[in-house]
Ligand binder design. Structure first.
Ligand SMILES: [Zn+2]
Length: 361
């Protein structure tokens, strides 16, 4: 059932009359200036859906520029009947219509998730049950310290308790906290979930006055008070959900524990500002000189980047300012006690000595 058709080779605008036939799997055509050509039916696709009374324009995946124009209605019918993929003539509009729902749905889910994650972590953090916060906090602490020794002496522990009590004079609503000093040669301090605060031997040793340690401790208590570790966990869980929507993966184990912990424990500048404000207010109300914190921050700025051998997690976490960013601006915010307010020492000299040597065996 050979029919007449027209062929454009895609190279020139010349219209080549051809004779066209079909066997089971191919279209075969030739003309006076077109050598016998075979186009597989599978590779054909319509430029427009077939429409009665209209020429049917076809091209082929292997000859994208070329065109066959068919006008024989009976032949078109037979061809379309034998190759159902020609029937629909899926246009880009159809495809985008179908995928539009899927893409639109994903964008909607992602947007809602993003909004939730941007606005809600602080609120979700507030309703997390305490036993969850404590359990996760203990897990975080174990992961961060990687088996490092807890520094503890009877007098050192007593001095640490006294320092917390002295700070609590300025913060009657201070949340419950548990402070551990670890024998780690990196200068850092963190609050993890559940009110657990970690400080390092290096931090205690680099401090020249108890007010410096009290300032850092007050800052960490500020993170606990504002539930920053918990909010960060909620936020990152949301990010993970968001990432899995876009990448189709669950994140896998490409992120090491250390890198993940560093991300969890690195706060936004607004969280740092809140923790600093809490520290300043608490110290002033407790009559502990806030300049201790300022002196200590300036000292760390000078020794930043000094990292001795330590666990990989502590290295990933870096020093105090890697996990509590925004240094210079923060230092400027710290001002002395108001004129006339008499400073109370954060610890007596004996207590300070006991705390300074808490890691000494
Ligand atoms: Zn901080």
């Amino acid at each position: 059932m050979a029919v007449s058709a027209n062929y454009f080779d895609g190279q020139s605008a010349k219209d080549h009359p051809v004779t066209l036939d079909m066997n089971g799997t191919d279209l075969l055509f030739s003309g006076t200036d077109v050598s016998p050509t075979r186009w597989s039916l599978n590779g054909l696709y319509p430029l427009d859906p077939p429409s009665p009374g209209q020429p049917f324009r076809l091209t082929h995946v292997e000859r994208p520029g070329a065109r066959l124009i068919l006008r024989d209605e009976a032949f078109i019918k037979t061809l379309v009947a034998s190759s159902s993929h020609l029937k629909g003539g899926y246009s880009w509009a159809d495809i985008s219509h179908v995928f539009g729902w899927i893409i639109g749905g994903l964008v909607a889910v992602a947007t809602i998730t993003y909004i939730c994650m941007a606005l809600l972590p602080d609120r979700i953090a507030k309703i997390l049950p305490n036993d969850w916060r404590n359990r996760v906090g203990r897990q975080m602490e174990t992961a961060v310290v990687e088996g490092a020794r807890i520094c503890s002496t009877p007098k050192g522990d007593a001095a640490l308790s006294t320092m917390i009590d002295n700070l609590a004079q300025g913060a009657p609503d201070m949340p419950p906290i548990s402070v551990h000093i670890y024998d780690v040669p990196i200068l850092n301090a963190f609050a993890v979930a559940g009110g657990n605060i970690i400080m390092t031997r290096e931090l205690i040793e680099k401090a020249d006055a108890p007010e410096e340690v009290a300032g850092v401790l007050a800052h960490e208590i500020g993170h606990v008070y504002h539930l920053h570790p918990e909010a960060q966990l909620v936020r990152l869980t949301g990010m993970q959900v968001l990432a899995s929507i876009f990448t189709g993966s669950n994140g896998g184990n490409t992120t090491t524990n250390a890198a993940l912990l560093a991300t969890i424990l690195t706060y936004s500048r607004s969280a740092e500002a809140e923790a600093d404000a809490y520290a300043r207010e608490t110290m002033v109300k407790a009559s502990i000189d806030p300049m201790g914190l300022k002196v200590f921050f300036e000292k760390i700025l000078k020794i930043q980047g000094d990292m001795k051998g330590s666990s990989s997690t502590f290295k990933a976490l870096g020093n105090l300012f890697s996990t509590h960013p925004g240094t210079e601006e923060r230092i400027k915010e710290i001002t002395p006690l108001p004129a006339g307010q008499v400073a109370v020492p954060a610890l007596t000299p004996d207590e300070w000595q006991a705390l300074k040597t808490i890691c000494v065996r």
